[in-house]
Design a protein around this ligand. Sequence first.
Ligand code: ATP
Ligand code: MG
Length: 554
Amino acid sequence: MQEEKKGHFIETIITEDVENNKNDGQVCTRFPPEPNGFLHIGHAKSICLNYNMAEKFNGKCNLRFDDSNPAKEKQIYIDSIMANVKWLGFDVNTPLFASDYFQRLYEFAIELIKKGKAYVCSLPPDQIREYRGTLTEPGKNSPFRDRPVEENLELFDQMKQGVFDEGQHTLRAKIDMSSPNINLRDPIIYRVKKAAHPRTGTTWDIYPMYDFTHCLSDALEGITHSLCSLEFEDHRPLYDWIIEQLDTPCHPQQIEFARMNINYTVLSKRKLQRLVEEGHVDGWDDPRLHTLEGMKRRGYTPASIRNFCDVIGVSKKESRIDMGLLESCLRDDLNEQAPRVMGILNPLKVTIENYPDDQTETLDAVNHPKKEEMGKRQITFSKELYIEQTDFMEDPPKKFFRLGPGREVRLRYAYFITCKDVVKDENGKVIELICTYDPETRGGNAPDGRKVKGTIHWVNARDCVDATVNLYDRLFLDEDPEKDQDFVDNLNPDSLVTLDHCKLETSLGQAEPEKVYQFERMGYFCRDTKSLDNLVFNRTVTLRDTWAKVGGKK
Ligand code: ATP
Ligand code: MG
């Protein structure tokens, strides 16, 4: 299937470049995160794109941290990003860091100064802004623009020595203050910053700006195709300008593509941060967030995320992808992989009155209906069971094929039972069913050929395990949480419903973290990795798309 699919526009460009022997036919890409936050599913798109293009053309993809802003960067982000990329299934054995190039970048800056293409500007930040002009008005030259090279070199050296305070002087590229592209109006390329860097410590008092760092790091690494999201389109002339002024090993080609957006969620780090800081969610790895940490905790599999990124493709057009598509990629994978088990979310006690009180028997249950190789497990049956409250109705309509007074159903892998009596509490709520079983129907079939219309799941009340289950739902109510409102006003108040005292089959007492199980008829669930002392499960996804609109796509 993959082979038949026509490649996206970036693949077409690279194919042509390789055919024309551009860059000697080599392909080298990179994924360049800034370690200033945790990755989200949008980053996964970029990761898959870069690694897949490298793989497809027998090239290489570098994981490079663009770590040139120490004020916002932290080691925990570096660690988490590495773990996420690895988890997604890509190589992280030799991570690279822009900070490893600080000395070379510094030398490039000196080269620019010497060529008369950069100057030290002593305007304070607010005046730099004022001189920059606007979208409709050109900027004005800084009075320091024509500083002699020697003076620039001396001041830049003093900036490096830590002589000046932050904001006192900056190093700016000398391009064009009247350019229609604001990025070319003498952009700052170095600033004084008295902050310790997670990797270089206090070695540096000046740090290169992103636009200067990024293109030169690409060039130093021999990147052939520098793939980035559309917001960098207006930065491309600056990217090219810097490379053209300097003696670099190569000139990488920047190609922009549209960012991934998904409905019913937000992705940008800034917005995610707000949700975390204002306590709307329980940390960066809250299973309702589409951070990779959150998705992992929710039970998303790397294969389902890779497949999703493949299915949505790569284009230049901004769009919002349906969350249903992401979830259907997840279901497709889990349907194949997840072992089946039985668990009761809202228990209703069942007593089998004709079953011997002191007896327990074992029954075979298959772990996957279509995969014999996944084997069987043994489950126990006794006089006391639990079923799902929703599988019983006291006054059932015709189409309800589950349990009701006098009705017979099949208990999955076990027997036919018939409801004989109903026990209620003082408020009239049904709290227990008294049933009989037919010993002849062991395994689920009646020798007399009589049929039942419903099969329901159950657990043995005498050895089941008690668990807490988190039912997660969409974090926002509207498809576009930001339309005409602040997105925090659109939070779904029911995005988390916690159920205590759910009853699960015994084997789940030993459930492995990160492994997703299908609770038959109820959805996919995985053990919460943050609460391993207790038995807590997170609902990964429902069995069907309950959000699909009537007449909408399935
Ligand atoms: P955000 O804006 O969401 O906070 P970012 O762009 O600041 O993210 P970076 O660490 O700079 O995050 O991103 C690393 C790479 O991932 C960049 O090449 C960027 O273009 C890409 N990227 C980030 N968000 C998306 C997205 N939603 N879809 C596709 N690529 C993305
Ligand atoms: Mg960014």
